[in-house]
Design a protein around this ligand. Structure first.
Ligand code: FRU
Length: 470
C-alpha cells in the first residue's frame, strides 16, 4: 500500500510517524524504561535530528511521549546516552530528586556546510521530572571539538572505584575515554582501537560495560557500531572483550567479533541504571541498515527497534563471546503454544515465534512463505546459519537488499532455534543467543505457511498479537 502500514510491527517499537534511527539515552528510572531515539518528525527520511521519547514498564508496551530534545543554535541533537545522577554531582537537582542527565552530540549543520571539520561537540541537558521536560545546560558544549570530523555518540557510565563519570566517545577510527566528577568538566583519559577490530567504515555509537560469565569471571565489553564494514555489508556492531581500569581499555585478542550477523541491527547500546537486584545488561538496536534505511517501503514512518535483548558473557573453548537473547518479558506476550509435528502447516497470526528444539544441526531448513510464492528461507548449510531473503518479497527499493546472509557456526552445536517474525522483520536466535541474525523483509502478503524441511520432529508456534498501539 502507499502507506506501508501493513509492515508496521505488532511487538516492536516504531514512531507513529516520521523518521527514526539510533536508540538514545536508554535509562531505567522509577519503574520506567526510557527510550529516546534519533528522530525527524517532519519527514520519512533523515533530517534535523531531535530526541524522540517513549516509556515502558517492560520494554515491549511503549507509550509515546512528546519530543524530549529539539535542535538549537548549537546544532542537531545526535546520538548519546542518559544517566541518573544519584549523588547530584552536577548540581542540577537535589539528593531527594536526582537529575536525569542526557549527554549527546551537537552536530552543527552550518559548520558542516561551510566545509569546517569541527562541527561536532558534546552537550548535556537535564530533567527533574522523570524525563518529561528538559533544560539544556547553559554552558554547552561541555566538550569542544579538537579538530576532527567524526567526534560523537557519547556513552556515559559511573565508575565507582574512582567515583567518576566515564564517557566513551566514537572518534573516526577509534574511541576516546573522558572522565568527569560533575558531568560538566571533562578530562581526556586515553584512546583505544585504531589498530584493533574492523576498520572498513567509521566507528559510531560505542558502549562500555562489564559482564560476568557463567563461572563468575568479570570482563569489560566495548561495543562499537561500524558503517560500512558489517559482515553483510553496510552497518553492523562489533565488540571487544578486555579490561578497563578507569583510565584505559585493553584487550589481548584482535579478531573481529559481531554482536549480530544480520544486516539489520545497528547502533545498539545498553540501558543505564538497571537496578542491582535485577542486574541484567539490556540492549536494543536500530532494526535497519544505512544502505537502504531511507528507501524501505514504509512511508508514514521509517524504522523499528529490535526486540530488547539481554547480553551475557559466555566462556567457551574458543574464548569469550557475548550472547544476546530476547528479554524474559517477551514470554508474557506469547500466546499459547501450538505444537506441530507436520512438515507443512499454516499459522493464523501475522506475528509469531517459531521454536525448534532438539535439532540435528546438519539438517535444519525452514521456509516461511505466502500464497504469492514469496518465501524466506532459514537453514544450516556448510556450517553456516543462512538466511535467504532474495525472494522474500519487495526488494526493488534498493539493489543490495536482495541477499543471502551467512553466519559461521564456529563449532556451535545447534540445540534450539527461535525465529521471531513480526510482519517485516525476522530475528533468529540460536541456543539462546550464541548466534543471532536480525533481518528486514517486506513480503507482499504476510508469511502464514511454514515448511519444515529438516529432520526436526516438532515445532512450537507461539502467536503474538498487537501489543501496543503505535
Ligand atoms: C549512527 C549515527 C550516529 C549519529 C546519528 C545521527 O547511525 O550516524 O553516529 O550520532 O546516527 O543521526
Amino acid at each position: 500500500s502507499i502507506t506501508g502500514e501493513q509492515y508496521r510491527p505488532n511487538f516492536h517499537f516504531t514512531p507513529k510517524k516520521g523518521w527514526m534511527n539510533d536508540p538514545n539515552g536508554m535509562v531505567f528510572y522509577k519503574g520506567e524504561y526510557h527510550l529516546f531515539y534519533q528522530y525527524y518528525p517532519d519527514d520519512n527520511v533523515w533530517g534535523p535530528m531531535h530526541w524522540g521519547h517513549a516509556v515502558s514498564n517492560d520494554m515491549l508496551h511503549w507509550k509515546h511521549l512528546p519530543i524530549a530534545l529539539y535542535p538549537d543554535n548549537l546544532g542537531y541533537i545526535f546520538s548519546g546516552s542518559a544517566v541518573i545522577d544519584w549523588n547530584n554531582t552536577s548540581g542540577f537537582g537535589t539528593l531527594e530528586n536526582p537529575p536525569m542527565v542526557a549527554i549527546f552530540t551537537y552536530h552543527n549543520m552550518e559548520g558542516e556546510r561551510s566545509g569546517a571539520i569541527d562541527f561536532q561537540t558534546q552537550g548535556i541537558a537535564y530533567s527533574l521530572d522523570k524525563g518529561r521536560t528538559w533544560t539544556k545546560y547553559k554552558d554547552n558544549p561541555v566538550i569542544k571539538n579538537p579538530g576532527i570530523k567524526d567526534f560523537r555518540d557519547p556513552k556515559v557510565m559511573w565508575f565507582e572505584k574512582s567515583k567518576k563519570w566515564i564517557m566513551t566517545l566514537a572518534v573516526k577510527d577509534h574511541v576516546e575515554f573522558y572522565s568527569s566528577k560533575d558531568l560538566k568538566k571533562w578530562e581526556y583519559e586515553s584512546k583505544f582501537g585504531s589498530e584493533k577490530g574492523n576498520h572498513d567504515g567509521v566507528w559510531e555509537c560505542p558502549d562500555l560495560f562489564s559482564l560476568t560469565d557463567q563461572n563468575g569471571v568479570s570482563k569489560w565489553v566495548l561495543l562499537l557500531s561500524i558503517n560500512p564494514g558489517g559482515p553483510q555489508g553496510g552497518s553492523a556492531t562489533q565488540y571487544f572483550i578486555g579490561d578497563f581500569d578507569g583510565n584505559m581499555f585493553t584487550t589481548a585478542g584482535n579478531e573481529t567479533k559481531w554482536l549480530d550477523y544480520g544486516a539489520d541491527n545497528y547502533a545498539g547500546v545498553t540501558f543505564s541504571d538497571i537496578p542491582e537486584n535485577d542486574g541484567r545488561r539490556l540492549f536494543m538496536g536500530w532494526l535497519s541498515n544505512w544502505q537502504y534505511a531511507r528507501e524501505v517501503p514504509t512511508y508514514t514512518w521509517r524504522s523499528a527497534m529490535t526486540i530488547p535483548r539481554e547480553l551475557k558473557l559466555n566462556e567457551t573453548k574458543n574464548g569469550y563471546f557475548v550472547t544476546s537473547k530476547p528479554v524474559k518479558e517477551l514470554q508474557n506476550i506469547l500466546l499459547n503454544g501450538i505444537v506441530k509435528t507436520e512438515k507443512k502447516f499454516e499459522v493464523l497470526n501475522e506475528s509469531y515465534l517459531l521454536e525448534f528444539d532438539k535439532i540435528k544441526s546438519d539438517t535444519f531448513s525452514v521456509k516461511l512463505a505466502n500464497t504469492l510464492n514469496e518465501f524466506l528461507e532459514i537453514s544450516i548449510t556448510d556450517n553456516n546459519l543462512v538466511v535467504d531473503r532474495r525472494l522474500a518479497g519487495n526488494s526493488s527499493f534498493n539493489d543490495v537488499f536482495e541477499a543471502k546472509h551467512k553466519a559461521p557456526l564456529n563449532g556451535i552445536i545447534i540445540k534450539k532455534v527461535q525465529i521471531y517474525f513480526d510482519k517485516s522483520s525476522v530475528e533468529i536466535f540460536v541456543n539462546d543467543g550464541e548466534l543471532v541474525i536480525t533481518d528486514l523483509v517486506f513480503p507482499t502478503e504476510t508469511y502464514k505457511s511454514v515448511n519444515n524441511f529438516g529432520d526436526i520432529e516438532l515445532v512450537t508456534i507461539y502467536p503474538i498479537d498487537l501489543i501496543f498501539d503505535n
